[in-house]
Design a protein around this ligand. Structure first.
Ligand SMILES: [Fe+2]
Length: 349
């Protein structure tokens, strides 16, 4: 598309219509309808060893109760000031110190927690408490009451992933607190996993919403599954061994707005280039390696977080065994018929 010329007559016309809240489409059309995604989201890496001291320092500045949630937001360098790691998603590192409680609240935004360090702190969702360990993937569905607490001896840090920017864009945010009181627990620890995440469902089960009723996918199970599957040596050239977390009720994504994935890359494995429309946040669970994102190369190790913007070529290289957790807005793209991917091994030379 060719940008129309600016002429004095046209400029004068634009000024006259401006006061009527009108604007000429032809001046902005090529920027609005781009030939391919042009995201302001930038490739970025947060090294845990660099930022962990700040996370811990925040624990001396403010209590979890006063902060409501004591979180340092991972702000994309291309989206500063917008509490966003991609255009649609939020990421933050939350700290809960021994003996602390983060008060109960609920909101429209869906949240995932991916545990980085510590063991034995808990999240309670809708009347059930789950104890969390590193690598656990924990969901707080939209609209459910949730609070966190740490009765262990150690600080706990987890990565929060939410659809805050997406919900904000849609002007659909509702939230409420419960006056600082912890929620009443009505079900035993582990009930949801046993009831919905064991290849079983209650015989007359009716889904209460689009989110998985399993709200903690323990890493021990996930890791064991990956370890068993690797024996077949069926490595996808672009992904290694990559699985998605699913809602056992319908096989869809575990969350309606966020897709979450886990992948294993064996030692020395180098993936082929890949890109898709869903800008993706990666959290390194185990191992070390490097990912080339566009023209940048990020070397990473356990607990680091990096982001791959929409439609950006990237490929991974693992040193030893590496496990990567990732999340993106893929379910939204797919529901709207907008999702697209391109695999490096499908390119013609
Ligand atoms: Fe929350």
């Amino acid at each position: 598309m060719v940008q129309p010329k600016q002429t004095p007559e046209r400029k004068a016309f634009y000024q006259r219509i401006d006061s009527h809240d009108l604007a000429p489409l032809w001046e902005v059309l090529h920027g609005l309808i781009s030939p391919e995604p042009r995201s302001p989201c930038a490739p970025a890496l947060w090294r845990y060893r660099d930022i962990r001291p700040f996370v811990m320092e925040s624990g001396e500045l403010i209590t979890a109760a006063e902060a409501e949630r004591r979180v340092l937001v991972l702000e994309n360098p291309g989206l500063r000031g917008r509490a966003s790691i991609t255009h649609t998603l939020y990421a933050g590192l939350q700290l809960i110190l021994p003996g602390e409680r983060a008060p109960c609240h609920r909101h429209s935004q869906s949240a995932l927690r991916f545990v980085v360090e510590g063991e034995g702190a808990h999240t309670a969702v809708d009347g059930e408490k789950t104890l969390m360990r590193p690598g656990d993937f924990v969901i707080t569905p939209s609209g459910t009451a949730h609070d966190h607490g740490n009765d262990s001896e150690r600080a706990m840090v987890w990565l929060d992933g939410l659809d805050i920017p997406l919900v904000q864009f849609l002007d659909a945010s509702f939230a409420e607190g419960f006056g600082g009181e912890p929620q009443r627990l009505t079900r035993p620890v582990g009930d949801a996993l046993a009831r919905y995440g064991s290849g079983l469902l209650p015989v007359d089960y009716q889904a209460r919403g689009p989110t998985s009723p399993v709200f903690n996918y323990p890493y021990a199970r996930t890791r064991e599954a990956l370890e068993t599957m690797r024996r077949r040596e069926e490595w996808d050239p672009c992904h290694g061994l990559k699985m998605r977390y699913v809602n056992p009720v319908d096989g869809g994504y575990a969350m309606p707005t966020i897709g979450a994935f886990i992948q294993l890359l064996p030692p020395g494995f180098e993936t082929l280039p890949y890109r898709s429309t869903d800008g993706t946040v990666y959290a390194v669970v185990e191992g070390s390696g490097a990912t080339q994102v566009g023209d940048q190369t990020f070397t990473w190790e356990a607990h680091d977080v990096f982001v791959v913007p929409s439609w950006t070529w990237h490929h991974h290289r693992a040193e030893g065994d590496a496990v990567l957790f990732s999340y993106s807005d893929r379910p939204v793209h797919q529901k709207l018929g907008l999702w697209r991917e391109q695999r490096g091994n499908a390119l013609t030379p």
